[in-house]
Ligand binder design. Structure first.
Ligand code: HEM
Length: 433
């Protein structure tokens, strides 16, 4: 089965894991519990204080909390490999495996789940694609799209649901333009790529797995056709830039690596930014003093967004697997142990962030969070994500300072142990004079 190759992007046969010793074992904790999904922080706070490193029996992972411990894991990429970050948490059903076994479905691990030395070789080219010039080129598009989406919302009248009409489409359209996909394909592409995250980090039913797998296959084929088109007719976009690097030195960046980078980027750079914008609104709108301060002085927005990333991280966990016998804080970790890194707990570490459960846009060290990871796999899209959220919030404070959450709404979150953001967010505003 092509996807089970060691360098495959999707590994659907997950090997049996080893178990650590010398640490507390927790038979209750599961990041799929409804309490945790709704608000993971009370439980994380308690666990971090009582047993910062423990084996979660139900999950089969060693859970690591605390900034120092998490940094140790992320820093030591040779001991704690990222090869498992894209593996489905639960086994893939037979029907979905069949879909993924299509002969031509062969994207490669090129970024987050790629190991040395390939990772550094490939990352160099992808990092170049995120350069300042491309961000500058994208910025007017982000502003125009933001304004267009908001105008549609305001024309329909208060209140409105801001995730489906704003936070979700904005980063989707931005990432597609960044890659170079034509606008006419946006609806189809959004449909194929949405929901993908629960395939890997959620608990999808067999039917959902099959539907998502079929869409991922369609999307892979679309990416391959698109790369082939750009190979013949380059334009000013990331795909053409990567292809130019490939043509200049095919040994250093292969054609299939280009196809695979393009395939992975829309998953990496879409829904997580929707979560970021959704969480920003959810946290800032009810804190009227802090919202009003941003309306009066938009230069406070970057600091506010860093506090959102720290306080309510759009990606609350990540994973690693031990490549050799090792030890962390006296816990013996045999080769093959799977590690669940709690970025959310690290970002609330009281020894680094006093009063970590307080949301404070003036927190002087909020940017010491590790919401974008740390080390050789540090998020390549951090600058783009910040730019998109900055433009989105700037437009709102300027156009609708009266924006506020609709009262008594309950927020729900997808059953996903890693990516977290409100599925819906209703807000209202006063009629503009
Ligand atoms: C608020 C939004 C985002 C957050 C919180 C976020 C978070 C992360 C995290 C935690 C990692 C793993 C880092 C590690 O293993 O140390 C990562 C990796 C990555 N992210 Fe993001 N990300 C965001 C937006 C984006 C965007 C917009 C893009 C692309 C357009 C993107 C592309 C990537 C890529 C390619 C990697 C893998 C880098 C590598 O392995 O070398 N991310 N991100």
């Amino acid at each position: 089965m092509s996807q089970s190759k060691p360098d495959a992007y999707h590994k659907i046969s997950v090997p049996a894991a080893a178990e650590p010793s010398g640490c507390p074992v927790d038979s209750v904790f599961t990041p799929f519990s409804s309490d945790y999904l709704n608000d993971p922080y009370p439980e994380l706070e308690q666990l971090s204080a009582e047993k910062p490193i423990f084996f979660a029996e139900q999950l089969g992972y060693l859970v690591v909390t605390g900034m120092d411990n998490v940094m140790q894991v992320l820093k030591n990429h040779e001991v704690f490999s990222s090869e498992n970050v894209q593996d489905p948490v639960f086994p893939v059903c037979d029907k979905a495996r069949t879909v993924m076994s299509a002969e031509d479905y062969n994207p490669q691990a090129v970024m987050s789940n790629c190991q040395q030395p390939e990772h550094t070789r490939i990352r160099k080219y992808t990092r170049d694609g995120f350069n300042g010039r491309r961000m500058k080129l994208l910025e007017p598009y982000i502003r125009e799209t933001t304004d267009r989406l908001l105008t549609q919302i305001f024309d329909q009248g208060s209140p409105a649901e801001f995730i489906s009409c704003f936070a979700h489409p904005l980063p989707g359209q931005v990432i597609f333009r960044f890659i170079g996909f034509p606008e006419v394909d946006d609806d189809k592409l959004i449909y194929w790529t949405s929901n993908r995250l629960i395939f890997t980090w959620g608990k999808p039913t067999d039917q959902e797995q099959v539907e998502i797998a079929e869409n991922m296959l369609r999307y892979w084929r679309y990416c391959r056709d698109f790369v082939a088109k750009r190979n013949l007719q380059p334009a000013d976009d990331l795909t053409s830039e990567l292809l130019a690097a490939h043509k200049a030195d095919p040994e250093q960046l292969s054609y299939r690596e280009v196809e695979s980078i393009i395939y992975g980027l829309s998953f990496a750079g879409h829904e997580i930014v929707s979560n970021f914008i959704g969480l920003a609104l959810r946290n800032i709108l009810p804190r009227r003093e802090q919202w009003d301060a941003c309306c009066q002085d938009p230069s406070l927005i970057p600091g506010m967004l860093e506090e959102v990333l720290r306080f309510d991280s759009p990606q609350i966990s990540w994973r690693r697997v031990a490549t050799q016998d090792t030890e962390l804080e006296g816990v013996k970790i045999p080769k093959g142990t799977r590690v669940f890194i709690s970025l959310g707990a690290a970002n609330r570490d009281p020894s680094l962030f006093p009063g970590p459960a307080d949301f404070d846009i003036d927190r002087h060290n909020a940017n010491k969070h590790i919401a974008f990871g740390y080390g050789i796999h540090f998020c390549l899209g951090a600058r783009l994500a910040r730019l998109e959220a900055q433009i989105a919030i700037e437009a709102l404070v300027t156009r609708v300072p009266s924006l506020r959450l609709v009262e008594n709404q309950t927020f729900s979150f997808a059953p996903n142990i890693t990516f977290r953001g409100p599925l819906k967010l209703y807000a209202k505003w006063d009629k503009k004079k």
